[in-house]
Structures are given as C-alpha cells and as structure tokens.
Design a protein around this ligand. Structure first.
Ligand code: NAD
Length: 484
C-alpha cells in the first residue's frame, strides 16, 4: 500500500557510491576521538541551521515554487521554513535538559555497596537522512536539528522531485557547514538506493511505505538501525455533536493545503449517513470561499509532477468506473483538461467501495472519499482491520466516542477537533506505528531516538561479587543463591 514506484529523474545527475563513501568516512572521523560533543557545539550547529534558513528564505521559497510549478511562497514560509525555525528554537531551549544523564536504580545489594547506574545519551555517530519532496526543508533540516541536538553528524539525501530546492540546499549547506559536520547528496533513485547501502550509524527515512520496504532490506546488510516516518491512510471520523461547518473547514484544509500532499492529511472521511449532504454543502462553501478559482490561483498548490497528476486522476476514474459518485468542487467551473501546472480540483468521492484503488492506497492529493456509517462500532472495527494509520482524526463532542477512539484504536497520533497542528506541538513525539512508521522525532523522544541510550554502571570500589556466586559451586554459593 502507499505511494512508491513513482519516480522522476528530471535534472539531477546521480552521485557515485564511491563519492558518498568518501564523504561518510570524513563525517565519521570526529568520532574516532570522542562521542561527547559539547552542548555549545550542538547549539552552534542548530543556530547555523536557523541562520541558513533565515538568511536565504526568499531563495528557498522561490526554489520550492519552481519545483512545484505553483506553490505560494507564504505557504512554504508558514509550513516549511518557519515551522523548521520555530522547532529549532524549541530544541535549543531543551538541549541542556535533554543531554543530562538519567539516573537509574542500582541493583540490590550493589546499591548498598555504593554502586550507581544511569543512562548516558550519546550520539550514534553519523545519521543518514532521506527526505521526501512535499515539505523539502521541514523534512530534511527539521529532523537534522534533533540529529544535531543529539550530537551526531549527518548526511542528507533530498528528493529528486524538487531539484531546484535540492541544489540550493546543497549549496547553502556547503557554505554554512564543514564536511566534517554535514553533507548533502543529490541525485535520483539510483543515488537514494546507493545511499541506503552506506554504513550509517542510524538512518532516518521519510517517505512512502512501499519504498520503506526496500530501504529496510538495504540497511539490513549493515544492520543500520532505522527510523521510518511513513504515510498511509489517515481516517477522519465525524461523530456526534459535531460543529459541521468548522469541522469541514479543518478537514478540507487538510485536503487543500499543499493540495493534500501531506503525510498527515486526512485520507478519507467517515460520516453518519444522515449528515452527508451537510458535509458536501460545507465542503463546497469552504472551497468557494478559500479558492474562488483554482487553475491559475497561486494560493492553490500544483500536484508535484505529471506522474502524480496522472496517478491521482486514475484514482478518480477508477472510482467513477466502479460506481462512485464524483463531486468536483470547482467553484468557477474551470476546465482542467489543458493546463500548465498539474492542478486537480478538490474532489469528493461518495459511496466508495473497498474494490476501488482510492480505498486501498494512500491518496496524497486533494481527493476525499466519504464513507457513511450507521453504527460507531463499525467505524472502530473498520479502522482496526486496516493497517495502523499515521494520524486518526475525530470531529465531534461525544465523550463516549472520544474514549472509544482513545482506548480502542491505535495510530501514530490521535487528534480531536483539530487537523495538522499536532506536527507543531514541539514537545510531542511525531511518528507512526507499524506500517505508518517506527521511531519518532520531536520532543525528548526525538532526542532519545537519535541517541544511543547507553547503560552505565559504576561500582564505588572494586568488588569481586563473582567470588560469592562463581565456581567452585559449594555451600557458599548455595547460600548466596538463597539470599538472592
Ligand atoms: P518516496 O518514498 O517516493 O521517496 C522518498 C525518498 O526516498 C526520496 O528522497 C527518494 O529519492 C527516496 N527513494 C526512492 N526510491 C528509493 C529506494 N529504492 N531506496 C532508497 N530511497 C529511495 O516518497 P515521496 O513521494 O517523496 O513522499 C511521499 C510519501 O512520503 C507519502 O507516503 C507520505 O505519506 C510520506 N511522508 C511521510 C512523512 C512523515 O513524516 N511521516 C512526511 C512526509 C511524507
């Protein structure tokens, strides 16, 4: 399930494996001497990430717009660059606290003899970061901030779908960082695939579930531990006592910001049968107000590439051919058959069935299947039968339903009466579960995820406990066993 298999090699030459291997060795060099970079040096690096973004934000936004064909600079600023800077500032405030060793109880009776125990958070070493194209800054430099906070060096591979942004980030990183700290690698799928064969100390992969399987197979060779930030089908459940207008505004924002090309975008909606018409009317009003026109409106983002445009249109055609009712939210009744920027109007798919591809794969675009229900139990069972989602959204105010979502379902995140802002809760871990990801970043969990949490035991004096419990096995050891 999920995306993957869609590729683009427009304009980025591949980078050789030899070149990457050489760069990796350079990045590993500092760890030949120490695994204890100071808080000061970690903060300095994070400050340089902030500086890189702030001093070059216009150029970054222009490059992103160029890569998308059409994406508003302010959208990139709010969701991509500013989001990263604000997160970096949060991490800066927390580093000293996060770096502190965590005291643990020493084992009885050694504690009585002065032994102590703690968890030391030390860097893994060099962390590889593979990023997707949808928020190219926030998903590359965002996790980098935590990778640096944990004291690591990093090598980043940006997506070939955003060649202008990737080239600019490489250029800027070379200006703001030394090659003993951070390296950016560019290229297509061949480069990405070779990247996963490198012996990193940890790899963060953000992308589709389909490609994640290839990544896991590749890293197995070197037993590189991985964090997987994936996607999937994040459901929205509209429940009882719902404020439909405000809820639909949020839900359809999730399908129209970046044209729904967001990992935590609502994928499909569950709604009580009696409320479908109200949902459609509110969705229509929302689009009419936010995007009176779509095709040449710079506020409405393009689909990233012709391949994805064709994939999304094929989802709608497939659903239509299998009997779904298609409702195009196209306020100015524009003709989308001939256009420069691969735009797709927000589209509702009513009465979707399980044999439709749109209900089997992550959508990652402005298409919203709307499923109806009569009984909330059926919603819970449906969600639990499907692969665990990255996010699960509930809109409504029934305490009972909210408790059922919290207690009886599983997902990376559970979000109530809000869409998308969970990513901005800097203190909460951000990640999936099972097929939507493993490991997380953001918050203390993120710091720990990019740290080796090493067990340290310190005996106060040199005790030879083994003299009590080791061979020769006599009455003396028997007594010791009984005492334990
Ligand atoms: P993708 O899986 O096609 O590509 C992601 C990255 O993987 C790219 O840099 C690409 O070069 C690289 N890649 C491609 N083939 C590879 C291979 N064989 N080996 C190693 N690397 C390879 O995903 P995408 O289209 O760029 O992004 C969309 C997907 O990412 C969606 O599924 C979305 O849900 C997910 N996503 C998840 C998060 C999250 O934080 N959980 C955030 C954004 C996007």
């Amino acid at each position: 399930m999920g995306l993957g298999g869609i590729s683009s090699n427009d304009g980025l030459p591949e980078t050789s494996l030899d070149f990457m291997t050489e760069k990796l060795l350079k990045l590993k060099e500092p760890f030949l001497q120490s695994f204890n970079p100071s808080a000061k040096s970690r903060k300095d690096r994070i400050n340089r990430v902030i500086q890189l973004i702030e001093e070059n934000s216009d150029a970054l936004h222009t490059a992103i717009s160029k890569d998308f064909g059409s994406r508003h600079e302010q959208m990139s600023q709010l969701t991509d660059t500013l989001a990263t800077v604000s997160h970096a500032k949060h991490v800066l405030k927390k580093i000293d606290q996060w770096m502190k060793p965590e005291k643990r109880k020493a084992r009885f009776p050694l504690n009585l003899l002065g032994s102590s125990a703690y968890v030391q958070h030390q860097p893994y070493g060099v962390i590889g970061i593979i990023a997707p194209w949808n928020f190219p800054i926030s998903l590359s430099l965002g996790p980098l901030v935590e990778v640096f906070a944990a004291g690591n060096n990093a090598m980043i591979k940006l997506s070939e779908f955003v060649p202008e942004t990737s080239k600019l980030v490489e250029e800027l990183v070379n200006k703001y960082f030394s090659e003993e700290e951070l390296v950016v690698i560019n290229g297509g799928v061949e480069t990405s695939s070779n990247f996963t064969s490198l012996s990193f100390d940890h790899l963060l992969y953000t992308g589709s579930t389909a490609v994640a399987k290839k990544v896991c197979a590749a890293v197995a060779n070197n037993l590189v531990p991985v964090t997987l930030e994936l996607g999937g089908k994040s459901p929205v459940v509209i429940g009882d006592k719902v404020d439909m207008k405000k809820s639909v505004q949020q839900i359809m924002t999730g399908k129209t910001v970046n044209a729904g090309q967001i990992c935590i975008a609502p994928d499909y909606t569950f709604i009580p049968t009696a409320k479908v018409d109200e949902f459609i009317d509110n969705a229509r009003d929302f689009v009419q107000t936010s995007f009176p026109t779509l095709k040449n409106n710079p506020d409405y983002t393009s689909i990233i590439h012709l391949n994805h445009y064709e994939r999304l249109n094929a989802l709608v055609d497939d659903a239509r051919s299998k009997g779904a009712q298609i409702v195009e939210l196209n306020p100015a009744n524009e003709d989308f058959s001939q256009q420069e920027y691969h735009k797709i109007p927000p589209t509702l798919i009513l009465n979707p069935t399980e044999d439709m591809v749109v209900m089997q794969e992550e959508i990652f675009g402005p298409i919203m299947p709307v499923k109806t229900y009569e009984n909330f139990n059926d919603v819970v069972s449906y969600i639990n039968l499907k692969p665990k989602a990255l996010a699960l959204y509930y809109f409504g105010n029934s305490k009972e339903e909210i408790n059922r979502i919290i207690n009886d379902t599983s997902s990376g995140q559970a979000v109530f009466n809000e869409w998308g802002f969970q990513y901005a809760y800097d203190d909460l871990p951000f990640g999936g579960v099972g097929p939507s990801g493993s490991g997380a970043y953001h918050g203390k969990e993120g710091f720990k995820n990019f740290s080796h949490n090493r067990a340290v035991v310190k005996a106060q004096k040199l005790l030879n406990l083994w003299s009590m419990v080791g061979a020769p096995y006599t009455e003396k050891t028997d007594k010791a066993a009984k005492r334990f």
